[in-house]
Design a binder for this molecule. Structure first.
Ligand code: ADP
Ligand code: MG
Length: 322
């Protein structure tokens, strides 16, 4: 039987970068460049609710950090460090090894080292809480309330795959091994555009990461900014695996499907060229999908200019579907 300290040492202690104080003291220290503000966010993931019990632990380690780094990206922040709260019902070394490797691999890739946390035994199931910290120029931070009527609306990456993968895994869509293989990486190994996002401050106006579905998440920007929007379905960057599905299934996956961890942001039309250059340089797919309007509300139009109406706008933990 391992002690809590053995587990922390074995799985969660890595050499901290220069200028940091990492795992081992009462608190961690991380440097913030002068003139920048600390930006922080936390997320809670419960077994059975946010991840399936049989998920590959390496991918889970990646995803728990990636969903938090996605929040930093949504503010245009530079990742700087992370904290991990972990409660497990028992000590499963193979699981801890794979989980921590997945976490550390992404942490190293995006410069968000694990510098502290807490480890305890849970009563039931695995509970994971990740806190991320980053830094941002407070003058150009990307807030939800900063969209202006007439802004272009942009989406990074692709839409639809995580929702389709989840529906296949949960049996809500008929078994299709090929479609599952094509869509599953987007669900289990999200890749938020954290590098591109750091260059978005001062270029874009408002931004957020798509976690509960494009329609619902864009709605947050519109309400906070006091404007509306028109989005053209044909311009949305739809994952190729999803494009062949029946319209109702596809519309739901693309517009209401969560777990995307890509950005939706607005920017003045004068920034189009610069944004395309930035996206090319960072290897990010970027699509201009619509425009913000003075008229309130979100209108999503199909090829014929007809409005697409969704049965449910997106995921809500306290809504009917939760
Ligand atoms: P304390 O009792 O002072 O809260 P702990 O014994 O809980 O300290 O933790 C010892 C050290 O290990 C601290 O630096 C803490 O941040 C770190 N730590 C504990 N659990 C984790 C974890 N899951 N991931 C990263 N660091 C952790
Ligand atoms: Mg503690």
């Amino acid at each position: 039987m391992s002690s809590e300290f053995d587990l922390i040492k074995r799985y969660f202690t890595r050499t901290a970068p220069d200028g940091y104080l990492g795992v081992g003291d009462d608190c961690a220290l991380l440097p913030i460049p002068s003139g920048r503000s600390l930006v922080t966010s936390t997320d809670l993931l419960l077994e059975g609710r946010h991840f399936l019990s049989d998920i590959d632990p390496f991918l889970l380690g990646h995803k728990t950090l990636a969903v938090n780094v996605s929040d930093l990206a949504a503010m245009g922040a530079v990742p700087a460090g992370s904290l991990l709260g972990l409660a497990v019902p028992d000590v499963d070394h193979a699981w801890l090894q794979a989980f921590s490797e997945g976490f550390h691999a992404f942490a190293e890739a995006c410069g968000c080292p694990l510098i502290g946390g807490d480890t305890t035994r849970s009563v039931d199931g695995i509970v994971i809480s990740v806190t991320v910290m980053g830094h941002v120029d407070p003058k150009t931070v990307l807030r939800r309330d900063a969209a202006v009527p007439g802004d272009d609306i942009w989406v990074t990456g692709e839409l639809g795959a995580p929702d389709v993968a989840l529906a296949l895994l949960q049996g809500r869509l008929p078994h299709d091994a090929q479609l599952l293989a094509a869509t599953r990486p987007a669900l289990e190994a999200p890749q938020p555009p954290w590098r591109f996002a750091q260059r978005l401050g001062g270029v874009g106006h408002a931004a957020l990461d798509i976690s509960d579905g494009l329609a619902q998440d864009l709605g947050h920007i519109l309400r906070a900014s006091g404007c509306g929007a028109t989005v053209y379905y044909a311009k949305l960057p739809i994952h190729p695996g999803v494009a062949s599905l029946a319209p109702s299934v596809q519309h739901h996956a693309v517009l209401a499907g969560g777990d995307v961890y890509q950005l939706c942001f607005t920017a003045p039309s004068s920034q189009r060229e610069r944004l395309h250059t930035m996206a090319n340089e960072e290897g990010v797919r970027l699509a201009r999908v619509g425009v913000t309007t003075t008229e309130p509300g979100l209108r999503i139009l199909d090829d014929n200019g007809k409005q697409i109406i969704l049965e449910s706008a997106g995921f809500d933990h306290f809504g009917d579907r939760a």
